[in-house]
Ligand binder design. Structure first.
Ligand SMILES: [Zn+2]
Ligand SMILES: [Zn+2]
Length: 195
């Protein structure tokens, strides 16, 4: 048994994290106290972290965008070749049985992927990929607001984006996505001027 120096309770040794530096090989605070402290710390610094990451993002946005675009353009042909070479090479490695199966299953796979794209998860993945592609091509952020994991970019048109909460964004995926999100954007960004 060991007494936690934070809460003062006597607890079993496995209630403490190992800390080889200390004399008894354990941390002075019990696991629960450490957990509580970490949670409180994160909460207290949440806003701060958010602002910091938003600033960092804004600072490097243009830089990243250009670098991305450049790299993509520079390596376009190279990447394409690498891809098809890789595919060819691996196809040769497949033995006869696998090759036959590969060809006969091609149609089947196509059907499966068609179904997948129509499913909820598939639609989500497709939208994500499309978003990523657009991002690589570059876009314009309309409002300098924070963007953490709970937010993602929504294209109000083909080149302008605003950050919207992920939940809301996913709720309105699919047909008429942009129109459906207009009222939400109006609420989030009252300053946005619609054309
Ligand atoms: Zn404790
Ligand atoms: Zn969107």
């Amino acid at each position: 048994m060991k007494v936690c120096s934070k809460c003062g309770m006597e607890k079993e040794l496995d209630a403490f994290t190992i800390e080889t530096k200390n004399k008894d090989g354990l941390r002075p605070w019990c696991k629960e106290c450490v957990k509580e402290y970490n949670t409180k710390y994160l909460e207290a610094h949440r806003e701060e972290n958010r602002i910091r990451s938003a600033n960092r993002f804004a600072l490097h946005r243009e830089e990243n965008r250009l670098r991305c675009k450049k790299r993509l353009e520079e390596h376009r042909e190279e990447n394409r070749l690498k891809c098809s070479e890789y595919r060819k090479k691996n196809f040769e490695w497949l033995n006869e049985y696998d090759r036959v199966r590969y060809i006969t299953k091609k149609q089947e796979r196509r059907e499966i992927s068609k179904r997948y794209i129509k499913s909820e998860r598939g639609r989500f993945v497709v939208a994500k990929t499309r978003d990523r592609r657009r991002r690589q091509l570059g876009f314009n952020v309309l409002f300098e607001n924070e963007l953490d994991e709970e937010y993602e970019w929504h294209h109000v048109d083909d080149e302008n984006v605003v950050a919207v909460p992920v939940d809301l964004h996913l709720l309105y995926l699919g047909k008429n996505h942009r129109e459906k999100l207009i009222p939400i954007i109006k609420q989030l960004y009252p300053d946005y001027e619609w054309n």
